[in-house]
Design a protein around this ligand. Structure first.
Ligand SMILES: NC(=O)c1ccc[n+]([C@@H]2O[C@H](COP(=O)([O-])OP(=O)(O)OC[C@H]3O[C@@H](n4cnc5c(N)ncnc54)[C@H](OP(=O)(O)O)[C@@H]3O)[C@@H](O)[C@H]2O)c1
Length: 332
């Protein structure tokens, strides 16, 4: 492919409101050794991009300052030492930044083929949430068939992914949501019950739904005062996976309950992890999850697309929390 010298990308011109996201001309990145250059057809928008725009989540060393953690497109060029991919291959990839652009470079181990039957828009919505949910819920959290999970933020990109994977791997999923429409959607997607956290106490509801026992696993993006409540909603040997702190980084932990019920509180952030770790997650997804896409059993939930130049509008929508599932930017 003949590559142009420059491309349109969305810059964070300063920290602040969505309008600080503006189109700019940037050089097309040259793929380094071990990287694949992708002509981007669509890029996923994730809450961490919003936090980065606010100046609270800087890119890790070496990552692009352009936002965007996941893309789908076609392979445009290969860096030295890359095998297994060819120009023109249709792929999606997890990246540490640079997705809101016409071209982006991805480490080869983080590149996956488009699942058969999946379009570019849908595929762009896969990597960030599927890598995150797989590595937390299934790797660290060891969610097993027959167990139960409480997923906070059930209608989020992360939540709609976790509901589907829990369902497919034989676990019972309960979710929290902020309104009735989101509750109905999550239950139709496979949640056994959606709890409206604005109207109901999720601890009481989980206790009632599980005969007083509690759940095995909690996927939490809230933190703060959800921590003591999560601890009360867990059954013995239960595990909390903390993946964000929308309610604050500090919470009260009842160590007595932690000891006597043998609970685990852990968590992770995906972006700074090494390529080898992300490559191992990619391989697990290809083995265990790609067949589910290709059998039509799961699909990314896409709420709305915006043209790349309207990234600011996409962020406004995400911050409104009116969406259910993923918001995607499209590139002509
Ligand atoms: N650790 C990692 O590696 C990693 C990776 C990716 C994403 N994340 C984090 O995961 C979270 C979800 O990301 P996303 O891109 O899927 O964002 P998103 O679609 O914007 O989801 C945010 C969700 O939070 C829900 N929410 C807000 N306050 C709540 C509360 N008090 N109780 C329950 N739910 C509440 C909102 O739903 P309602 O409207 O119903 O309130 C919304 O669905 C973000 O915090 C993000 O930073 C972490």
């Amino acid at each position: 492919m003949r590559l142009p010298a420059t491309m349109t990308a969305i810059e964070i011109t300063e920290s602040g409101r969505p309008e600080v996201l503006r189109p700019a001309e940037r050089p097309v990145p040259a793929p380094a050794a071990g990287e694949v250059l992708i002509a981007v057809a669509a890029a996923g928008v994730n809450r961490p991009d919003v936090v980065q725009r606010l100046g609270l989540y800087p890119p890790p060393p070496g990552a692009s300052d352009i936002p965007g953690l996941e893309i789908a497109g076609t392979v445009a060029a290969l860096g030295d030492g890359v095998s297994g991919w060819q120009e023109g291959d249709r792929v999606c990839a997890l990246i540490a930044g640079g997705g809101y652009a016409e071209f982006a470079a991805a480490p080869a181990p983080q590149v996956l083929p488009l699942p058969v039957g999946c379009g570019m828009v849908e595929a762009a919505g896969i990597p960030e949430t599927f890598f995150t949910v797989w590595s937390n819920v299934f790797d660290r959290g060891r969610l097993a068939a027959g167990e139960s999970i409480l997923i906070h933020g059930g209608s989020s990109g992360i939540g709609t992914t976790a509901i589907q994977l829990a369902r497919e791997f034989g676990a019972t999923a309960y979710v929290t949501v902020g309104n009735a429409a989101k509750a109905a959607f999550c239950e139709q997607l496979g949640a056994a019950r959606a709890i409206n956290y604005r109207e109901q106490d999720f601890v009481d509801e989980i206790k009632a739904l599980t005969g007083g026992a509690g759940v095995d696993v909690i996927l939490d993006m809230i933190g703060g005062d959800y921590l003591p409540r999560n601890i009360r909603a867990l059954r013995p040997d239960g595990r909390i996976l903390q993946i964000a702190l929308m309610g604050g980084a500090k919470g009260e932990l009842d160590l007595g309950r932690l000891m006597t019920r043998r609970l685990t509180v852990t968590g992770s952030t995906l972006r700074p992890r090494p390529v080898a770790v992300k490559g191992a997650i990619a391989a697990a997804l290809r083995q265990h999850v790609w067949p589910l896409f290709e059998a039509g059993k799961i699909a990314p939930v896409v709420h709305r697309t915006f043209p790349l130049a309207e990234a600011a509008k996409a962020h406004e929508l995400m911050e409104s929390s009116a969406h259910i599932g993923k918001i995607i930017l499209t590139v002509d």
